[in-house]
Design a protein around this ligand. Structure first.
Ligand SMILES: *[C@@H]1O[C@H](CO)[C@@H](O)[C@H](O)[C@H]1NC(C)=O
Ligand SMILES: *[C@@H]1O[C@H](CO)[C@@H](O)[C@H](O)[C@H]1NC(C)=O
Ligand SMILES: [Cu+2]
Length: 175
């Protein structure tokens, strides 16, 4: 009886690992601030549906607004009620398309270039996204991308294998 529960707990732990994405700390150690090149930061990174963006900054010094292309280009700050202000704002990338973010404090966006645009690609674990020669090609232009892609593939294969073994074991014991 207890073993059945252990099995379910193992599944509950492994499943989120399989489906969860990567966390991207915007600006890495620098965080979310003015006079940082977020274009260079985003370059070569493979943002996927399910990944998270984390904006880190001292509370009150900056904030985060999701905007559209126009708002991004012209630094149009939306109503304050739409701001993220926690200093550790986590955004789950839910859809595969372009996303724009700006800081709404003072002239940080217009003069400090505190703005981020990224393109989110479709989910890495999706069946249509299985590694294949034609799929692998786009990643070869970025050393970082290759490492991430290979790592993800290895993790995915290992996780699927573990789950397969566990399911087989489960059926053997309780089926
Ligand atoms: C962009 O967002 C602004 C509000 O911030 C809105 O007025 C405008 O219509 C939007 N533009 C597009 C193309 O959706
Ligand atoms: C910031 O958020 C991330 C993910 O949402 C969390 O893992 C981390 O512990 C948080 N860091 C701080 C300093 O609150
Ligand atoms: Cu700011």
């Amino acid at each position: 009886m207890a073993f059945k529960h252990v099995f379910l707990i193992i599944l509950a732990v492994i499943f989120p690992i399989v489906v969860s994405g990567k966390d991207f700390i915007v600006g890495d150690e620098t965080g979310w601030t003015i006079n940082f090149d977020y274009v260079a930061w985003a370059q070569g990174k493979d943002f996927r549906v399910g990944d998270k963006l984390v904006f880190q900054y001292p509370i009150g010094v900056h904030n985060v607004f999701k905007v559209n292309a126009t708002g991004f280009m012209n630094c149009i700050v939306p109503p304050l009620s739409q701001a993220l202000t926690s200093g550790n704002d986590t955004i789950v990338l839910a859809t595969p398309r372009k996303k724009w973010y700006i800081c709404g404090v003072g002239q940080h966006c217009a003069l400090g270039d505190q703005k981020l645009v990224i393109t989110v690609n479709s989910e890495s674990m999706a069946p249509s996204d299985a590694p294949s020669p034609s799929r692998a090609l786009p990643y070869t232009n970025s050393a970082n991308g290759i490492v991430v892609n290979v790592f993800q593939s290895v993790v995915a294969v290992v996780m699927v294998a573990i789950m397969f073994i566990l399911v087989a074991l489960f059926l053997l014991l309780f089926g």
